[in-house]
Design a protein around this ligand. Structure first.
Ligand code: PMV
Length: 326
């Protein structure tokens, strides 16, 4: 039997953020979160397991990858091998159009696709919930790239009950993310280290305590397709996460000068009547959410802001899925 499978996954943009773990090893989050999959960006990963044991091989866009990135993939594959009782090494070939390390949630798509492909290659036949739980062990936010569309991650108490589920399919709301890229440099401090620092901020406790209420309001706003309500929650939550980052010890500053220029411009545009709301991940690039009818205008304006290198755009996307063999 060929122990081989290919899976596709999209990254996701969080409307209510995950920042800080209650359990670092299991990536059990300090708070629940909510996101939308980004159908315009994707990672496609093929995993081939071999009989012999030995170091796993990783290729991203055809280039061999060594060091911590490969070790993280291997550590994740050990979970999958453990579940299947299999010891052979894996060859992982990943094709992606997501620039890594710039706050575009590349690890979410990476580990959602890897979880789906590796578990299918070893014929594990996981439910969507169990696949989400598994993907979480690779990167917390990856659990939200497993179900389709608009997704909530239930924080849970233990490994088995910390998973994401779909609140609404991608067709529910034609909401777009216009990503204003202001830097393509790999970020100096990755999110794993950032999560570790979160609890050193005096703002972490109140952020975590109020997150469940924001998730509930976000879920309602998405179900009602209420852009105004969503905009308020999304912006408050993003600023709060960055305030935690900036008040951690040592502090974390992900913003570039151009980040603030885009944020201020977005506030002005909304005052002028353009439906747009900003959010950011652990990076300097600004995600401008808007309904489909405003995409062209938001993208046009974003492109003209000084410091914006380029603009990416994406509507809602489906969940992680297995692709037929070539
Ligand atoms: O999944 P991680 O460990 O890369 O953390 C992602 C954290 C944020 O992107 C900043 C927020 C989120 O909820 O996606």
């Amino acid at each position: 039997m060929a122990r081989r499978a290919t899976a596709l996954a999209h990254p996701n943009i969080a409307f209510v953020k995950y920042w800080g773990n209650r359990d670092e090893r299991l990536r059990l989050p300090a708070n629940p979160s909510f996101s939308m999959n980004l159908g315009g960006l994707r990672t496609i990963t093929t995993v081939t397991f071999q009989e012999e044991e030995g170091p796993d091989l990783l290729f991203v866009n055809g280039v061999p990858v060594e060091g911590p990135a490969r070790e993280r993939v291997s550590a994740f594959l050990d979970h999958v091998r453990g579940m299947a009782g299999f010891r052979g090494r894996a060859v992982v070939e990943s094709i992606t159009d997501i620039p890594p390390g710039v706050g575009l949630a590349s690890s979410a798509a990476t580990f959602a696709a890897l979880a789906a492909a590796a578990s299918a290659a070893l014929d594990l036949r996981l439910s969507e919930r169990d696949l989400s739980t598994l993907a979480r062990l690779g990167s917390g936010s990856a659990c939200r790239s497993v179900p389709p569309g608009f997704v909530e991650w239930v924080a849970g108490e233990r490994h088995e009950d910390s998973y994401a589920y779909s609140v609404a399919p991608p067709e529910h709301w034609d909401l777009w993310d216009v990503i204003a890229v202001v830097s393509e440099q790999h970020k100096a401090v990755g999110s794993s280290e950032g999560h570790r620092r979160a609890a050193t901020s005096p703002l972490h406790g109140p952020r975590v305590a109020t997150a469940p209420e924001r998730v509930a309001r976000c879920r309602e706003a998405v179900l009602r397709r209420d852009f105004e309500a969503l905009a308020e929650i999304v912006e408050t939550d993003a600023i709060w996460m960055h305030a935690v980052m900036m008040t951690s010890r040592p502090p974390l500053f992900y913003w570039e000068p151009a980040t603030l220029i885009v944020l201020q411009a977005a506030c002005r545009w909304r005052e002028e009547g353009l439906p747009v709301a900003f959010t950011l991940d652990a990076g300097p690039n600004v995600h401008l959410l808007c309904p489909a009818e405003a995409v062209e205008e938001v993208a046009r304006r974003a492109q003209r802001v000084p410091g914006v290198l380029r603009v990416l755009r994406s509507g809602p996307g489906g969940g992680a899925r297995i692709l037929p063999p070539e």
